[in-house]
Design a protein around this ligand. Structure first.
Ligand code: MRU
Length: 343
């Protein structure tokens, strides 16, 4: 794997600091669960599946260091702390639930056994995510077929996952299958995950890519320069509405206007079957300074009012298909998502 997003090192968790990329490749060492929670909140690590993996490792790390006599209280405290970091990506809550299940089902085997099993579960979540991405990459490459010019938004690459990526997994798989492709990389204001992270990953992989500002997407589509759009997801509701990085909805509307297929790629851990529609997905509101400033430098007049929703919801009718490790979900989503997850 070209990029190591996160690593379990027995008594610590190490992650590449994504806030500093691509200028600096710095690895952060988290020695306790609070440091992992801070890293998720502060976006040292980001991207829905990567957040889930980090949360699982955070639980394992916290439990490893918990005293036997206060273990149960400490377990609840650790899970609560990690659950409060970011609200939109369902993978966080999905991973915490998996860890809670292991705890619940094995608590009577003693604290040492539970600690070991929690560590194993976190590593399992990590490995499964890479395998899921490789698998959905293959399904996606088949679906995209001969699409040559592909647009993506934000970063749904190796950095946003345990490895390989979701939307970038599809793009990688296309490349691996010998297809000639070119990627339009939307910069993705305000935090520039496209410009900083996607462009960096594609360059490392020698996949031809062109960086554009977000407001150039329509221009390119109108010129016939985009064959397909593929993006990741933070939460897929039961009816097929998808929350993803702010700006995704605008790209989907543009794609529909121009008759361009708009695909969403993500593991089934990003599907929230208990969330009926996009309206119920909590949208994280972040620091206004991310809009008024760039890399700490003010862009706007001091005191200007700003708004900073980190995600938006793309309604299901704008989505051509959803690609997971189990296959491709086509409309009607309300029916097909349920049978896909039950399968
Ligand atoms: O705020 P971020 O950087 O965590 O948002 C990331 C995204 O919106 C990604 O597109 C999504 O998590 C999918 S990552 C495989």
């Amino acid at each position: 794997m070209a990029v190591k997003t996160i690593e379990w090192k027995k008594d610590r968790v190490v992650m590449i600091d994504q806030r500093l990329l691509p200028q600096k490749e710095v690895y952060r060492v988290c020695r306790d669960y609070r440091a992992v929670a801070e890293a998720i909140r502060g976006m040292v690590i980001r991207g829905a599946p990567a957040i889930g993996v980090a949360a699982a490792m955070g639980v394992a790390l916290g439990c490893l260091k918990a005293a036997e006599k206060s273990f149960d209280r400490e377990f609840d405290r650790i899970v609560l702390c990690l659950s409060k970091t970011r609200p939109t990506a369902v993978n966080l809550f999905w991973a915490l639930e998996r860890m809670r299940k292991v705890y619940r089902e094995n608590r009577d085997r003693g604290v040492e056994a539970v600690k070991r099993l929690l560590e194993e579960e976190a590593l399992k979540i990590f490995r499964e995510d890479i395998a899921a991405n490789r698998q959905l990459g293959r399904f996606g490459a088949e679906l995209l077929g001969n699409a040559r010019h592909i647009m993506t938004h934000c970063n749904a690459g190796a950095l946003a996952t345990a490895g390989y990526g979701t939307a970038l997994g599809v793009i990688r798989a296309l490349k691996e299958s010998g297809k000639e492709i070119e990627v339009w990389v939307n910069e993705t204001r305000p935090l520039l995950q496209g410009a900083r992270l996607t462009a960096w990953e594609l360059k490392k992989e020698k996949i031809p890519a062109t960086l554009i500002t977000d407001n150039m997407a329509g221009y390119l589509m109108q010129k016939g320069a985009v064959d397909a759009v593929v993006v990741g997801c933070d939460r897929v509701a039961a009816n097929g509405d998808v929350a993803n990085k702010i700006g995704t909805y605008s790209v989907a509307v543009l794609a529909q206007r121009h008759g361009i297929p708009f695909y969403v790629a993500g593991p089934t851990s990003s599907i929230d079957i208990n969330c009926p529609t996009g309206k119920e997905i909590p949208i994280e509101q972040r620091d206004p300074a991310e809009v008024s400033h760039i890399f700490g430098r003010a862009l706007a007049p001091k005191g200007v009012k700003t708004l900073n929703p980190a995600f938006d919801v793309t309604p299901q009718d704008l989505i051509s298909a959803i690609i997971t490790e189990k296959g491709v979900i086509h409309p009607p989503y309300a029916q097909n998502i349920r049978s896909h997850v039950d399968h």
